[in-house]
Design a protein around this ligand. Structure first.
Ligand SMILES: Nc1nc2c(ncn2[C@@H]2O[C@H](COP(=O)(O)OP(=O)(O)OP(=O)(O)O)[C@@H](O)[C@H]2O)c(=O)[nH]1
Ligand SMILES: [Mg+2]
Length: 467
């Protein structure tokens, strides 16, 4: 692990979100966390923070001791509860103090100001978690899980990230790494003592172990599309000619009358985006204008935007009207969308049928009635089924969502397949062991071993301040 500069100072930040709340927390971490607290905290009891045991909470006041005059007058900034966590049993592995004050933004800012004046330095984004990583309290995959949990938009993704934070991904990778290292050691021994040629049994054993580890990594990767989906969500775009009921369907899925619905064709003249969740998957639902031949500048712009959104959609919901025969406008859209992931939504099923559905180039067709909210379950099911790949229950519930992890694991597979191929060809063991070492390095990258400082900076800079 590389030495990070500046672990010897004490950092501080507001750990709760900006704005007013019941309580606000200012957090300190570092070798002077306790002595700085002694300076600014006046306890009700006799115990100063530096004398306090770990995991204890103390009642008292934050006082302004930086300003002599105010200190003489015993100016109280706030009444607080101060929690002491001692190194190494803290989030960062250092002495940590959390000051729980009243949640007004001005109060929290004033408390932060005082600890900064008393010698702490304002923390950078993610610096607490970075310290936790650098002090060996968690590996990089776990630190990244913290970021994911903070940002998670759905409970399902929180669950996945919690698994990662608990170390399930790290444990699996560590275990694969262990086997690969033992294969590597076996090969290195043979390379160093060339007189011991590899016998048939060792050869088969090495091949088998390589293949097994490759399969384990592939299993992790197989689930990564679902992990990415849970993390980033998918863009689902409604499209269809005017008046088919796109906005009505959007409102039904959102369970709120967000978009204007009228019986006037061309009601929606702008693209409307809303976030929603279906079965724990975050969606960005996009309603577009149904216009095909714009009559003025505004409509021209609306058509242009609608096209852009349709092009960038992960899934298109092509809405057709059950009460009308297919028209040229529908046919143009069908032609444009025929190679895209599409669910055909036949709306207005309460009306008599005049729509001929045979020969549509799409597999998934759902019949609904937005007006009476019928068929909506099936529509939700079709959306999820179109984007969610396979079963989620395998691979011990580990879902990889982080692009960095996916790339590293894919590279590990390339290296292992190369090693395995060379074993089959009976090539020199040096080459094979090189590939295995490279695969081990890829696994190490996921856990944050031997990682360079720039990459580390860029990962932690995505965090919020105070975490
Ligand atoms: N009978 C019936 N009418 C519906 C249904 N869904 C929507 N409508 C009606 O169809 C008309 C058009 O609905 P919208 O949701 O505005 O249609 P749209 O596709 O967004 O139309 P544009 O914004 O003009 O492109 C409204 O009068 C709705 O009440 C349905 O399932 N059955
Ligand atoms: Mg509309």
């Amino acid at each position: 692990m590389y030495q990070f500069k500046g672990l010897d100072d004490t950092i501080a930040a507001i750990a709760t979100p900006a704005g007013n709340g019941g309580i606000g927390v200012v957090r300190l971490s570092g070798p002077q966390a306790l002595s700085i607290s002694d300076d600014v905290f006046s306890p009700k009891g006799k115990v100063k923070p530096s004398q306090a045991k770990g995991f204890t909470v103390h009642y008292g006041w934050i006082v302004n001791t930086n300003d002599e005059e105010q200190a003489m007058n015993g100016e109280i900034i706030d009444e607080v509860l101060l929690t002491v966590m001692r190194a190494p049993k803290s989030y960062t592995g250092e002495d940590v103090v959390e000051i729980g004050c009243h949640g007004g933004w001005a109060v929290v800012r004033a408390v932060l100001d005082i600890v900064l004046k008393a010698g702490a330095r304002l923390a950078e984004p993610g610096e607490f978690t970075k310290r936790a990583f650098l002090n060996g309290r968690m590996d990089l995959a776990q630190a990244e899980a913290v970021l994911d949990i903070i940002r998670a938009k759905t409970e399902a993704f929180v669950r996945v990230s919690q698994h990662q934070l608990k170390g399930q991904l790290s444990d699996e990778i560590e275990s694969i790494r262990k086997v690969l290292m033992s294969v590597y050691t076996t090969l290195e021994a043979l390379i160093n003592f060339p007189e011991d040629d590899i016998d048939a049994q060792t050869h088969d054993d090495v091949c088998q172990r390589l293949e097994e580890q490759n399969k384990r990594i592939q299993t992790l990767l197989a689930n990564s599309p679902n992990g990415r989906l849970l993390k980033e969500g998918i863009r689902v775009v409604f499209c269809g000619k005017p008046n088919v009921g796109k906005s009505s369907l959007l409102n039904v899925l959102l369970k709120t009358p967000r978009a204007i619905v009228t019986d006037i064709a061309g009601t929606t003249r702008d693209v409307l985006e809303e976030e929603a969740q279906i079965k724990g998957i975050p969606l960005q639902l996009v309603d577009t204008a149904g216009i095909l031949s714009p009559r003025d500048l505004i409509e021209q712009e609306a058509v242009k935007r609608s096209h852009l959104y349709i092009q960038s959609a992960d899934l298109v919901l092509l809405v057709l009207d059950h009460s009308l025969p297919l028209e040229d406008q529908d046919r143009i859209l069908i032609e444009q969308l025929k190679d895209r992931p599409v669910v055909v939504v036949v709306n207005k099923c309460d009306l008599p049928s005049r729509l001929e559905l045979a020969h549509l180039p799409f597999e998934k067709v759902v019949k609904v009635c937005a007006l009476q909210q019928q068929g909506i379950d099936q529509l939700e099911h079709a959306i999820v089924e179109s984007v969610w790949q396979g079963e989620v229950s395998n691979s011990h519930g580990i879902l990889i969502s982080n692009l960095r992890h996916i790339q590293a694991l894919k590279q590990a597979v390339v290296e292992l397949e190369a090693a395995w191929g060379l074993m089959g060809e009976g090539l020199s063991l040096e080459f094979i062991s090189e590939h295995i070492k490279a695969a081990v390095n890829c696994l190490d990258a996921v856990l944050g071993r031997n990682i360079d400082e720039d990459l580390l900076e860029s990962i932690f800079s995505e965090f919020c301040i105070g975490k």
